[in-house]
Ligand binder design. Structure first.
Ligand code: BG6
Length: 498
């Protein structure tokens, strides 16, 4: 029985013990493994959460990368502030093996290591999606997907509905859905989980959570980074596939879903799926009205000049690094409430938040106060950085004389509400896999429903030759994104630094 997924995961409040495990990582020399996976496991190790006999088996393709891997991992863990002692202990858990996804013979060494191991087996495919199926076939051929093994698939699953279905079908022939964990690391973020707690452990907000009280919702996932070391991947993918198809839509789903009847993996996922299915399609012909593509040009971030996307890439490209969308959820709860979504690289700040703008009061009794001074309530759910929530509301300015109202903010930050460290999403998710809890992972039908919604947008961009508008790095995206929301008489609430 999986344990409860929404308690804070820190040493102090650690849930049931993590069972002994063998974690196999394919793509072990990649950016994700180095930046996220090893640090996440090493921090858990540092906190004493990992059983001593647990092992990490790093699978890499190229011998020259393998040689350098231990040094790279150590350097990364040092940057993360882990002690030499923790790093040394963690490194002793790691075995590095060479394997070629297309060569069954190269899986023999892995098979020998895992043979008769009594540990929970978790196999993480942190590779390009076109390697998922060949790797799984080779694993299956060696019997490595048997015996309760769990398979973790990193996003993106495919590049459209057809390729996602192909991967899902092929994987399903080798391992059941109940042991397949499709990761969307946004679901592992504390604040994202807290969205469910905010909604379903408090009566206050849920009663207002509909078109009755909410005017519109904005979801912004803004990054300041550019291409980083992922040019090859990113240029083939772009912001819509990289961020919207998964992270942004998952946020929308958790925000807009009906209450699941219990906190159990399929109950939560069923409700998210219903939202995806209720999303009004943006048909090919609607793309110029309901979507904006952007690509950053040279600009400045934190006082530093940064190059434009094509310069960073080394050649001209029409890949979008920014996307803004206006969408609607066609059901009783959300009829008539637009959801404005935007995400981009090289924006003004690194900040992700959901802004809920409530309707204005139906009748103002403050007739001697200018109407525009009565700002509608606004709830800001801040996912990162400085996770927390803020409720903007009207207050009276103290004093006698003419009544004066001002907007003020109730501000709850998690770092002040709790005196322990917020774990990184991967720390949470990797131990959830080992514990066998699928609640925070995407089911195949969710991934496919998300692609089914995204595909016509991509087709529309192609058919109508919609090319990205340029925006200077360090801005909030192209001016057309402002037009997208202002056309409805509303405006973006840009995140503030804090
Ligand atoms: C990844 C995307 O899934 O999420 C990256 O592929 C993006 O392009 C990253 O930078 C953002 O994650 P976070 O946790 O830094 O917001």
């Amino acid at each position: 029985m999986p344990d409860h997924p929404f308690s804070p995961s820190t040493t102090a409040t650690e849930r049931t013990p993590v069972p002994a495990f063998d974690l196999v990582i394919f793509g072990a020399t990649g950016d994700l493994a180095l930046r996220k996976l090893y640090p996440a496991m090493a921090r858990r190790d540092d906190e004493g959460v990992l059983p001593p006999e647990s092992r990490i088996i790093a699978m890499a393709h190229q011998a020259r990368h393998i040689q350098d891997l231990p040094r790279q991992i150590e350097a990364r863990l040092t940057t993360e502030g882990l002690s030499a002692e923790t790093i040394a202990r963690f490194m002793r858990r790691i075995t590095i093996l060479q394997a070629d996804a297309h060569d069954p013979g190269s899986f023999a060494a892995l098979s020998a290591i895992l043979d008769r191991s009594p540990h929970v087996r978790a196999i993480y495919l942190s590779t390009a999606p076109d390697l998922f199926v060949p790797i799984c076939r080779n694993l299956a051929q060696h019997g490595l997907l048997d015996g309760g093994a769990r398979l973790i698939l990193e996003k993106p699953i495919g590049r459209d509905l057809a390729t996602a279905q192909e991967i899902n079908d092929a994987v399903a022939r080798l391992i059941p859905e109940s042991r397949t964990y499709r990761i969307d690391h946004y679901l592992g973020k504390e604040t994202v989980q807290n969205l469910l707690v905010l909604r379903f452990a408090n009566t206050l907000f849920e009663r207002s959570w509909s078109s009755r009280d909410i005017d519109h919702v904005q979801i912004t996932v803004a990054e300041t980074v550019g291409l980083e070391a992922r040019a090859g991947y990113y240029d083939r993918v772009g912001a819509l596939r990289d961020m919207v198809q998964n992270h942004v839509l998952q946020l929308l789903c958790l925000f807009a879903s009906e209450p699941p009847n219990q906190l159990e993996a399929d109950a939560v996922r069923d409700e998210k799926l219903r939202v995806l299915k209720a999303l009004r399609p943006i048909r090919e012909g609607d793309v110029s009205r309901s979507t904006v593509r952007g690509q950053y040009s040279q600009g400045s971030i934190d006082g530093k000049i940064v190059p434009g996307y094509s310069d960073e890439l080394g050649h001209p490209s029409d890949t979008e690094t920014f996307v803004a969308l206006r969408c609607e959820v066609d059901n009783w709860r959300w009829a008539g409430v637009p959801f404005y979504l935007r995400t981009g690289k090289r924006l003004s700040l690194r900040s992700s938040e959901i802004v809920v703008v409530f309707k204005p009061v139906p009748h103002s009794i403050f007739t001697n106060v200018a109407q525009e001074a009565l700002a509608p309530n606004r709830l800001v759910l801040r996912l990162q950085p400085n996770d927390g929530l803020q409720l903007h509301m009207m207050m009276k300015v103290p004093g006698s004389g003419r009544l004066k109202l001002v907007p003020r903010t109730l501000d709850l930050r998690y770092d002040t509400a709790f005196d322990f460290r917020t774990p990184d999403a991967y720390e949470r998710l990797l131990t959830d896999v080992i514990r066998g809890d699928q609640t925070l992972f995407m089911r195949r039908d969710e991934v496919e429903a998300a692609w089914a919604w995204v595909d016509p947008i991509i087709r529309g961009w192609q058919d109508f030759n919609v090319r990205p508008f340029r925006y200077p790095a360090g801005s909030w995206g192209p001016s057309q994104a402002i037009g997208l929301i202002e056309r409805d008489g509303r405006s973006w609430v840009d995140p503030e630094s804090s």
